[in-house]
Each structure stands twice: as C-alpha cells, then as structure tokens.
Design a protein around this ligand. Sequence first.
Ligand SMILES: Cc1ncc(COP(=O)(O)O)c(C=O)c1O
Length: 501
Amino acid sequence: MYHFAMPKRTDTFELAIVFPDSERPAYRRLYEALRSKILEGRLGPGERLPATRDLARQYQLSRGTIVNAFDLLKSEGYLEGSIGSGTYVSSVLPDELLQVAPARSRAADRRPVTRPTQRRTSDYANRVRMFPGFEPRPIRAFRPNMPALDLFPASLWAQLAARRFRRASTSLLLGCEPLGYKPLREAVAGYLSASRGVRCSPEQIAIVSGVQEALDLTARILINPGDRVCTENPGYVGAAMVFESLGAKISAMPLDKEGIELRPSGLRGTRLVYVTPAHQFPLGITMSLTRRLQLLEWARKSGATIFEDDYDSEYRYSGRPTPALQGLDRNGSVLFAGSFSKVLFPSLRLGYLVVPQDLLDRFAAAKSLTTRHAQSTDQAVLCDFITEGHFGRHLRRMRGVYAERLSLLLRLAGERLAGLLDISSVEAGLQTVGWLRPGITGKSAWRAAAARDVDVIPLSVYDLSHAAPEGLQLGFAAVDAREMERGVKELAIALQNSRRA
Ligand SMILES: Cc1ncc(COP(=O)(O)O)c(C=O)c1O
C-alpha cells in the first residue's frame, strides 16, 4: 500500500475559470464564476487567489475588470485581503452563503468518484494483474533481486546530470526518437557487441523502460489472444504475466541441467519462447551450446520468435562469459533484452531491446504511441556514464564485491547450513538458490526465516505449474559481511525449527 504525501498548497497554479455564457459585463461574469467556485468548495477558505495582474493576462481582460469582480466578492464577504497583501477566500463564509450551497466540501470534491455499476472494461483490463514492485524497507539478508545500491556512485551520477543540464541543448530538452537517444543507442550497441557477443547495428537498439517494457512491447507486436507462448518453469513470473494479460496461453516448460527442455508437445503451435539463457531465473542454469543451437534451429523451422532476457548476465564470477544466443542466430529469430536496473539502480527504468531489422518500424510506432520515447535526459546521462568509462569501472568494482559476498555465503553455509540447505554455487547474478532437505517446504522455511528477520523467497513463487522443487532463493549482492553472518546464523535456527515443526 502506498501513501501519498499531500502536496503543499500553492498559489502559483493558474486558476481555471469557466465564464458563464451571458451578455453581462465581463466583471460580472468573472464574479459569478469565482462565486460558484467558492460555493462548490473548489476554492477553499483561506486559499489565495492569483494576482489581478496575472488573471488579467491569463484571460485577456483589463486589470480594472478583475479588480471590480474582486471588490464585489469582497463586499459580499466571499473574499478578503487588499491589493498588495493578496486576496484570499474568506476564512469564515457567511452562514447564509453556505446554506445556498452546503453541498460539497473540498475533501468530498477530491474523493474519487465510485465506479459506475455498468462500466465495461476491455478483455485486457479484465486479465491484467498487479506485479509487485520493490518494497522500500531496509536491506537484510538475503533479499533477492537487489544490487548493492549503497555502493552506487550517486555523486558522480549527479555531476554528470548537472553537467548535462548546464549544457542542455534545445533538442535534448525536446526529446528524442521513439527508439531512444542516438548516442546512447550507439554506446549500448558497442557494449553489447564487445561484452555479450550480440550482433547488431545501433539502429537495432531500442531504449526501453526496463526489460518489463521490452516484454510488453514484444508481446503486443507478436501475440494475439489465444496464441501459445512458451516459458521456463520455474521462471520469471513478470514475463508470464505480461503474456497472459494479452490473452496468450502459456506452456510452462521444465528445465534440465542444460536449460529449457524442448518438448515437442509444449512447443507445438508456439509463437514466442521466453528464455534466460545466460543465467536462468531463478535457478541460475547456463543454457548449454547444444540446447541453444537446438532452440535456434526449432525457431528457424517453425517461424517462432525467441525473447532472450539477458538480465544480470553482467555479473559472472566463474566460467567463461557465455555469448548471447542472439549472436548465434542467423535468421533474425531472437529479440535480445537487458536492463540497467541491477547494474545501476532500479528506479532509472532504462533497458534495451535489440530488435530484428524487419520489426524496427513496428516497435518504433508502438513506442511513439505509448511513452513516445524513454526519458531523454536520463538517457544522455547514462550515455556519458558509459562512454566516459564509469560504467565499465562500476561493473568491475561490483563484480569484485559480489564475488566476495557469494564466496562468503558459500563458506558460511558450508559451516552452518550443512544438512539443512544445499546452496548452489551459481556462476552469475545477484542471487543463488538453496535446496531444502526432504521434510521442509519452501513456504514453511520462508515463514520461519521471516520470523527471524531473514528474507528468502520460496521457489514455489516462480512455479507456473505448481510442481516446484522445494527450495529457496537467496540474494547475496546487497548483503554486507556482518549481515551475511547474522543471516546465516538465523536461517540455520529457522530451518532447524521448521524441520522440528
Ligand atoms: C528475470 C528478470 N527479467 C526481467 C526483469 C525486469 O527487469 P526491469 O527492471 O529491467 O524491467 C526482472 C526483474 O526483476 C527479472 O528478474
């Protein structure tokens, strides 16, 4: 539940006045319009009215007309104050005035109107469900999906932003093309080709508001209600929810140690496959080369599209970096998406989608009709962050920190959680999974851990077919050494209690 702080009252807004349609003089019509605003509670007691000069300019009336209307309202007790010190709605309105229109208070006026019983909503509206965002609570062990935000170089970012605004050109303040700020698209293309083995030109890069928007755009462009979409199971629920909201039928495919299993029964009639090959979410499996080639071959033959979600692949601690599936594709079957949410910070809401040439116009059109383009000044700051080398430095630094945190977690778990939880030594990402011994369910472990101020996520949360293995997802990236020690100790007690129960 979000609570919105009430903004401070301000008298700098322009006052919207609807003048009654009549032959009466302008000052009289202004008087009537302001009087009804006061009686309806739209202008509340004590509220300051705009200066006569400003109102005159706004409505192209003479200042004398405004002064006459104000004087009349003052004489009747609606307004008080004097020229120079400002004009206010009277704090106590005469009783008889309130009896003329006791109707609505300002608070009532602002209350949302309840839903008319007969309103029809679209099929989309009936299907769409809320995907939870980040809860703003203190970080504790083992909060998954969370980078170490306290180590983000915020003052450096602020300097780059200040410089951009100091030198802001009119064109930057106006906006950019639907697919994004050109220099950023070039920088992202360079980064993806050097670091991820992606084959693309800068024109193919669409700057989006995170992978989530990339999923939504892709689904709207490629999926019709009733179409089949294949996802990994367990998998990223936020992707399945996008597809379901557009009426797709989901085939949730199991995983083996090479990645998604390509079962003919699940793939039949599939239009789109969503995969996380670099680092499967949530199990952390890296898709084998054989499986990648099989998937591409199937897509080529069937005409289906593959959505490659490359989330968190920047953080690889061991093994060789696995180049993107997109880089192996010779058929334009793969849409490759990644995000700056975890490498920089989540509220930035910037990510990228590598779009095959033939779909570029469709994506640009869809973007132009929705957000028009991602926020352009943030894109420019991000572009500077990348091209001036800060991005590479930040990645290297965080990779070192996270690698240390992962190895500390593995060591402590070896000492304290043996026999209770087998932690996988993942090769990449911000979290890992732990497999529970028979007799403890993920849900009971999660409850017992929460009671001891430890965050874990039961893997059943990511299960799309309700046959989840019993395990937990544990984040390590945002957790410092002291909190890690506390977390492992408390988790051990929680799991022992849970086993006994
Ligand atoms: C696997 C996976 N893909 C995509 C996303 C969405 O990322 P973004 O913040 O870029 O929208 C998430 C978010 O947690 C995720 O876990």
